[in-house]
Design a protein around this ligand. Structure first.
Ligand code: FAD
Length: 346
């Protein structure tokens, strides 16, 4: 546990703050009160004051994994703690400390510029560094949890700053301790351990294909560029069309269930998972049910990627939940599989 000094400026308050530009779905939402957090020291007095006035609160990073209501009651804490530095280097690893409000992709670019490869498969994931451990962001066979040394956070239950080790964070597929205790921890800083030994991780089909003609082993920057190119082709740009990336998690099912499905649907897409389980491609399940390109009023299923729900404008959280339910019901009826929604419903 760390103790922090007082004397930091109070968090800046904005009443009735528009959040349309701070959620990638582009939903028209307003926070009753918004507080900009630029230093960790602002958090204890702010939370104390909110507690005394019985005002609810939550943290918002870049808003790329949330579904916001039209009126977000209580206090919304806008995470803007910045700064990154190499803290320590030992024989095997480099330890990098980064503020929770830094942009994730900009940070990945910075690590590569510092000659610290490892995070390139996670390029172009939107959002902040502080939110990355919440759902243990992952892409192209790599998860952030593998690279985390520790997390500095404010524990609102203990009303104290804590440092959580990688093991304590309990990282799993799109899961962590933070998801089990929503709104308990405010991540202020992330310390990454980047191993000096590096090897290319291109076993995911899209990446393997990208480098199939290569005569030499790909460099970290070549993988970074390939990941950016693939993502730009596959995923809609939230600046152009509202979305939160993959809307459903890939479901984990028992092997027995998988074996009965593969008999009925030999072309089903699946991946290895934990012992006794198989991970199904949620996009394939949705596509097979004929939803790709479906439009339901102001929302729809992206025409190039069935896993992405898009918002065309003037829609609400309810429109998104309605289309999600339509998809969940049909997928359940067809495959006996429940699709879990990935974004956080605030
Ligand atoms: C086009 C697109 C592509 C995407 N691709 C991927 C992908 O490949 N892999 C992947 O894993 N995700 C992906 N995502 C989802 C999203 O980018 C990640 O989940 C990201 O980490 C969210 O960051 P954020 O800052 O926007 O978090 P927000 O959406 O602001 O918040 C997400 C949740 O984390 C909480 N939170 C945020 N910051 C903090 C903090 N400092 N302390 C405590 N709690 C906090 C919030 O309360 C909320 O519950 C994608 C999203 C989009 C729009």
């Amino acid at each position: 546990m760390n103790s922090k000094k007082n004397g930091s400026p109070p968090a800046k308050l904005t009443p009735n703050k528009a959040l349309k530009d701070r959620n990638t779905f582009g939903l028209d939402s307003r926070a009753e009160f918004a507080y900009e957090i630029t230093t960790a020291e602002q958090i204890p007095p702010l939370l104390q004051a909110l507690k005394e006035q019985a005002i609810s609160w939550r943290v918002l990073g870049g808003g790329s994994n949330v579904i916001l209501p039209t009126h977000l009651l209580g206090a919304t804490l806008l995470m803007n703690i910045t700064g990154q530095a190499i803290e320590n280097v030992d024989e095997k690893s480099t330890f990098v400390s980064v503020g929770a409000g830094e942009n994730w992709h900009t940070f990945v670019t910075w690590t590569l510029d510092q000659g610290l490869p490892g995070l390139e498969n996670l390029a172009l994931i939107p959002g902040t560094v502080g939110a990355a451990p919440i759902q243990n962001i992952g892409a192209y066979g790599v998860e952030i949890g593998e690279y985390i040394d520790s997390i500095e956070a404010f524990d609102s239950e203990a009303h104290a700053f804590v440092t959580l080790t990688r093991d304590e964070c309990q990282f799993a597929y799109r899961d962590s301790l933070f998801k089990q205790y929503p709104n308990r921890f405010i991540v202020t800083r992330v310390i990454l351990q980047i191993p000096k030994a590096w090897s290319a991780r291109i076993s995911y089909a899209d990446l393997t294909k990208q480098f199939s003609d290569a005569t030499a082993a790909p460099t970290p920057k070549a993988i970074f560029a390939a990941v950016c190119q693939i993502r730009n082709q596959k995923l809609p740009d939230p600046k152009v069309i509202g979305n939160a990336g993959s809307f459903f998690q890939n479901p984990l099912i028992d092997i027995a269930h998988y074996e009965s499905l593969i008999k009925q649907f030999p072309e089903i897409i699946s991946y290895p998972a934990t012992p006794g389980k198989r991970k199904l491609g949620a996009g394939w399940l949705i596509d097979h049910c004929g939803f790709k390109g479906l439009t339901l009023g102001p929302v729809g299923v992206y025409k190039h990627q069935a896993l992405v729900i898009v918002h065309y404008g003037n829609g609400t959280a309810q429109d998104i939940m309605n289309i999600a339910k339509t998809i969940q019901d049909k997928v359940h009826d067809t495959f006996g599989v429940h699709l879990t929604i990935e974004p956080n419903i605030l």
